[in-house]
Design a protein around this ligand. Structure first.
Ligand code: ADP
Length: 218
């Protein structure tokens, strides 16, 4: 499902953000990537989400060769994945339901289908009573759950999240992780970058560690 082979990412400087990353994630796995600030987690997340390309090496996710992907193919690839950012990235002038529906609107789905799917996903993330609210009327945890619902609305094969609990207190973090675990139990591959060791230890899931751009197990 996810394969990195001899992946390097060097920023101007030069800053060697990732060095010889080799990684295989099978379909249906749940993987945590931990590591201190500056270790390379976000760079990994950006490469995996096709926001950036590696300097060298090969990356394959959901059947797409991301090191060679063209601008034209990126929207098709994004239909296969769901991406959750630490800072939510919700549209402030759209309701919770509208924010969540956005990916399906872009894909041209008809309104009744969108409505049914939004209702379903709101139920999963526990936001049914917030659908007509605007982002500035809900809490941080609810915003993150909205962002997760938006990432899952098109039923992606892979969910990729960068520090999804970074702005949340421990109780809310646990709620978010519970949603990820539920989605994973239904077959979605989940890849979460975090510096929250407590969450990882509690989960018992597979953990990879990045330090100075090098990946390993602990
Ligand atoms: P993490 O997410 O683990 O905190 P990052 O992937 O953001 O780590 O950063 C890894 C390294 O790459 C750091 O040294 C960071 O300063 C550097 N870096 C990240 N993005 C850029 C960029 N766009 N340009 C230059 N250097 C960057």
């Amino acid at each position: 499902m996810i394969e990195f082979s001899h992946v390097y990412k060097t920023y101007p400087g030069p800053i060697h953000a990732l060095k010889n990353i080799n990684l295989t994630v099978e379909k249906g796995e749940f993987i945590y990537i931990t590591g201190p600030s500056g270790a390379g987690k976000t760079t990994l997340f950006r490469l995996m989400s096709a926001f950036d390309k590696p300097s060298s090496g090969n990356i394959s996710v959901a059947g797409y060769a991301l090191d060679q992907i063209t601008e034209k193919d990126v929207p098709y690839y994004r239909r296969k994945i769901g991406v959750v950012f630490q800072d939510f990235r919700l549209l402030s002038d759209q309701t919770i339901a509208e924010n969540i529906a956005l990916p399906l609107k872009v894909l041209g789905y008809k309104q009744p289908i969108i409505r049914a799917r939004v209702d379903e996903i709101l139920e999963i993330v526990g936001l049914t009573d917030r659908l007509d609210f605007y982002p500035n009327q809900i809490s941080g945890g609810e915003k993150q759950r909205t962002a997760i619902a938006r990432a899952l609305i098109h039923q992606p094969d892979v969910l990729i999240a960068d520090e999804p609990t970074g702005n949340l207190d421990p109780d809310l973090s646990l709620e978010i992780i519970n949603i990820f675990e539920q989605i994973n139990s239904e077959g979605t591959t989940v890849f979460v970058a975090t510096h929250d060791i407590n969450i990882v230890n509690k989960s018992g899931k597979k953990r990879l560690h990045v330090q100075n751009g090098i990946i390993g197990t602990l």
